[in-house]
Design a protein around this ligand. Structure first.
Ligand SMILES: Cc1ncc(COP(=O)(O)O)c(C=O)c1O
Length: 368
């Protein structure tokens, strides 16, 4: 008879069972067990078993692979956040002494990663206006150390759609790799890998997860680069928790239906706003940015939106608004904000899945 102490950790109920769940179960475990040294050896020979969750876990593997399939890329990995995925992807390409050419309007977190953290690692970055291909090409000519071009498929907050064709041409001409952050567009609207990107990163915290309940990242791309990035994820401990991978996978199943509804709502709200404000909407994706006329009280506008709340993120099923001037772009100087157009009257709207008429009523009320 086993003691209570032993029973507490080894009961029949805890043994493996041959059940077939309809959806992928959560493997909320930090490690995996082996009954013999032969079984353990089998892991190292690549029989598809698992050893330790920081190095690999069925839930995180499934997430990486699912997004890779949706992006049309051979391989993918999950990471603990969008920033982790971006870092792992960059470090798969560059090392100390190398340079990166990045769009000057990348997400603020990426800007800080490049300018502070990568610089500390001896990696230099050139920020350029990616609408000016001459400027970009001059940097590539002057600095053969550039090994990676980084941009976003749709930028924040003014939703510039990146010209992936140009980047692909530079790739061929200068032997650099191209990495695209596809967070705002999602594979529902844009597939950068198919258009020549070597690596595609996501803040899965946004549309892939879709329900504002996880912080997660995914990186997909060429198998050899993903293998390199995977080493960074494992060695730097950038892995995603199984539960967050499980939640993100659950969200991923409805990506297409959510994006369809959210894009339709974004389009309707962009049309409604037209004539009332200066509007940026590229005709795809579910973010609309607008600038209220100077004589409108922005503070009053935000607090008149009722159930459309002010939230410093995007992409959830609830429609939300954010205030770039006071949050995402707060750290910039007044001059820098003016240069890129982030004035105190700018609002970024993330369309959710609510009824379109209700949303228009809500906006109309705030304008009134
Ligand atoms: C375009 C873009 N990339 C990356 C990130 C970083 O993602 P995370 O917050 O999941 O690290 C964000 C976050 O807002 C983002 O908007």
């Amino acid at each position: 008879m086993r003691s209570i102490e032993t029973k507490a950790v080894h009961t029949a109920a805890m043994e493996e069972r041959f059940i077939q769940p309809k959806v992928m179960p959560l493997y909320q475990t930090s490690a995996f067990s082996f009954s013999s040294l032969e079984e353990l050896e089998g892991y190292y020979e690549g029989n598809g078993t698992y050893l330790y969750s920081r190095t690999a876990n069925p839930n995180t593997d499934a997430l990486g692979q699912s997004v890779a399939e949706m992006e049309g890329a051979p391989k993918g990995i999950a990471a603990s956040s969008g920033m982790s995925a971006i870092l792992a992807g960059m470090l798969a390409v560059v090392k100390a002494g190398d340079h990166i050419l990045a769009a000057e309007d990348v997400y603020g977190g990426t800007f800080h990663l490049l300018r502070e953290e990568l610089l500390r690692m001896g990696i230099h970055v050139h920020f350029a206006d990616f609408t000016n291909t001459d400027e970009m090409e001059q940097i590539l000519i002057d600095f053969p150390e550039v090994k990676l071009i980084f941009s976003e498929s749709i930028t924040n907050p003014f939703l510039r759609v990146e010209n992936l064709q140009t980047l692909e041409q530079f790739k061929g001409r200068y032997g650099v790799k191209v990495m695209i952050d596809n967070t705002f567009a999602t594979p529902y609207t844009t597939a950068p890998y198919a258009q020549g990107a070597d690596l595609v990163a996501h803040s899965a915290t946004k549309y892939l997860g879709g329900h504002s309940d996880v912080t997660a990242g995914v990186l997909v791309g060429n198998a050899d680069l993903i293998d390199e990035a995977e080493k960074r994820v494992v060695n730097l401990g950038l892995n995603l928790s199984p539960f967050e991978a499980w939640l993100t996978l659950r969200g991923l199943k409805t990506l297409a239906v959510r994006m369809k509804a959210q894009t339709a709502n974004a389009q309707a709200m962009a049309e409604f706003l037209h004539g009332k404000a200066r509007v940026w909407y590229p005709g795809k994706g579910a973010i609309v940015t607008f600038e209220l006329p100077e004589d409108m009280d922005i503070s009053k506008f935000f607090s008149s939106l009722g159930w459309i709340k002010i939230v410093p993120t995007l992409a959830g099923v609830e429609t939300t608004v954010s205030y770039p001037y006071g949050t995402s772009h707060r750290a910039l100087t007044e001059e820098e904000k003016q240069k890129i157009g982030v004035t105190p009257q700018v609002v970024r709207l993330s369309a959710g899945i609510e009824g379109t008429e209700d949303l228009l009523k809500q906006l109309d009320g705030a304008f009134r």
